[in-house]
Design a protein around this ligand. Structure first.
Ligand SMILES: [Zn+2]
Length: 340
C-alpha cells in the first residue's frame, strides 16, 4: 500500500479503536456482551500491528495484495477475493447487489423535460456498481433553472460508487443554494477535498440551463463536451482541475447558447476510450463525427446511436469501464416561456 493510503487506514483503525474503547468503558451492566467487542478490539490492534510491520493489505493465504476497494470498505479484511470461502463470496455478492440497488435509486429519471429542455441519459456500469455520476436537478419554480451533472470518479467498484453517492448528495444540497456556478464548483471541490480519501478525485461537468437556450458550463478536468449545432460540432474544453486534487482550485464558467434543435453531449471515458480488438480507442473524433450528422435528432435517438457505435467498435471485447452518456437538447417545439 502506498504511504498516503497507509496514513488513511491508520486513522480509520485508530478511530474504530477509540469508539470500541468508549463503548466498552460505558457498558454499565456486568452481563453486557463485552466479549465480541473485546475480540473486535484485538482484530483492530492486530491490523494496526500489520500496518506497522508492513504486512497490512497482504492476503494471509496467497500473499497477494488484497483488493484496495475491499480494504477501504473493511480494513480488517485479511483475505483476497480468490481466497474467500463460498459463504463469504455469497455474502459479498449480496452486499454488492444491495450497493447496486442503492446506486440505481440515486439516478434521476432517464428522461427529463424542463421548459424547452429535454435531457436523456444512458448509464452502463461495467460491473455491478459504477463510479460514473450523473444527475439532473430542476428547480421547482416556473422560472427555475436546471442543473445537469456528469462525472467520473477515479477507480471502479464499491469505493468509486461510494464517492459517486457522495457527489450526488453534495450537489443536490448545493444546487438549491443559489450560488454562481464558479463558486458552487469551488465549494464542492473544497468539501470533496476535505471528505475524501487522499488521492481520490473526480472529473465532472456541472451545467446550468436557463430559459432562452443559454447554458453555463463548468468543467473540473472532464472530457470536452460537444455542442452539436447546425454549423457543426464545437468542443467545449475543461479549464479546471478535477475535484479533490487541491482544495484551492479555481473554476471558470463557459457560456454558450443552444438554438432550437441543438444538443449538448456529455460522456465519460468509458465511451471515448472503448477499445477494439487491436487496442485502438473509439476516440472523441469519431464521436464528434457521428453527432455532426445528427443535428436536430431526438436526444434518445442521438444517445442510442452513440452507444450502438461504441459497442460496435468494441466488437466481442468486454466492456472494461463504466459508460455514461447524457444529451441536453433544446426542443424545436414552440413554448410560451421562451420568445426566440
Ligand atoms: Zn489470497
Amino acid at each position: 500500500m502506498a504511504g498516503v493510503t497507509d496514513t488513511y487506514f491508520r486513522e480509520q483503525l485508530e478511530k474504530r479503536k477509540d469508539q470500541l474503547n468508549a463503548v466498552l468503558a460505558s457498558t454499565a451492566a456486568p452481563a453486557a456482551p463485552k466479549a465480541p467487542l473485546v475480540a473486535l478490539l484485538c482484530e483492530v490492534d492486530s491490523a494496526l500491528q500489520r500496518l506497522a510491520d508492513g504486512s497490512f493489505g497482504i492476503c494471509t493465504q496467497c500473499h497477494a495484495p488484497v483488493e484496495t476497494d475491499r480494504l477501504l470498505a473493511d480494513p480488517l479484511t485479511q483475505l483476497c477475493l480468490d481466497d474467500l470461502n463460498s459463504d463469504e463470496q455469497r455474502a459479498l455478492e449480496r452486499d454488492l447487489e444491495l450497493a447496486a440497488r442503492v446506486q440505481r435509486g440515486l439516478l434521476p429519471n432517464t428522461d427529463t423535460r424542463h421548459q424547452d429542455w429535454l435531457v436523456h441519459y444512458q448509464y452502463k456500469p461495467a460491473g455491478m456498481v459504477s463510479g460514473d455520476y450523473c444527475d439532473v436537478i430542476s428547480s421547482p419554480t416556473e422560472n427555475g433553472e436546471m442543473f445537469f451533472l456528469l462525472g467520473d470518479v477515479a477507480g471502479k467498484g464499491v469505493a468509486a460508487s461510494l464517492l459517486m453517492s457522495h457527489l450526488h448528495a453534495m450537489f443536490r444540497s448545493l444546487a438549491g443554494v443559489g450560488l454562481p456556478l464558479d463558486n458552487l464548483m469551488e465549494v464542492a471541490n473544497s468539501v470533496f477535498c476535505q471528505s475524501t480519501i487522499a488521492g481520490q478525485f473526480a472529473t465532472l461537468i456541472c451545467g446550468r440551463a436557463g430559459q432562452r437556450g443559454e447554458i453555463e458550463i463548468n468543467s473540473a478536468g472532464h472530457l470536452a463536451a460537444l455542442h452539436v449545432s447546425k454549423s457543426g460540432v464545437r468542443k467545449i474544453y475543461s479549464t479546471g482541475l478535477p475535484l479533490g486534487m487541491f482544495s484551492t482550485s479555481r473554476y471558470t464558467v463557459e457560456r454558450i447558447k443552444l438554438e432550437r434543435g441543438d444538443s449538448l453531449l456529455l460522456y465519460t471515458d468509458g465511451l471515448s476510450e472503448a477499445m477494439d480488438a487491436s487496442g485502438t480507442e473509439y476516440g472523441t473524433e469519431r464521436l464528434s463525427n457521428l453527432v455532426r450528422e445528427r443535428h436536430g435528432c431526438a436526444p434518445q435517438d442521438l444517445a442510442t446511436a452513440c452507444m450502438k457505435e461504441v459497442t460496435a467498435h468494441r466488437g466481442a471485447g468486454k466492456q472494461l469501464d463504466d459508460q455514461t452518456l447524457m444529451v441536453v437538447h433544446r426542443g424545436s417545439f414552440a413554448s410560451s416561456s421562451a420568445n426566440d
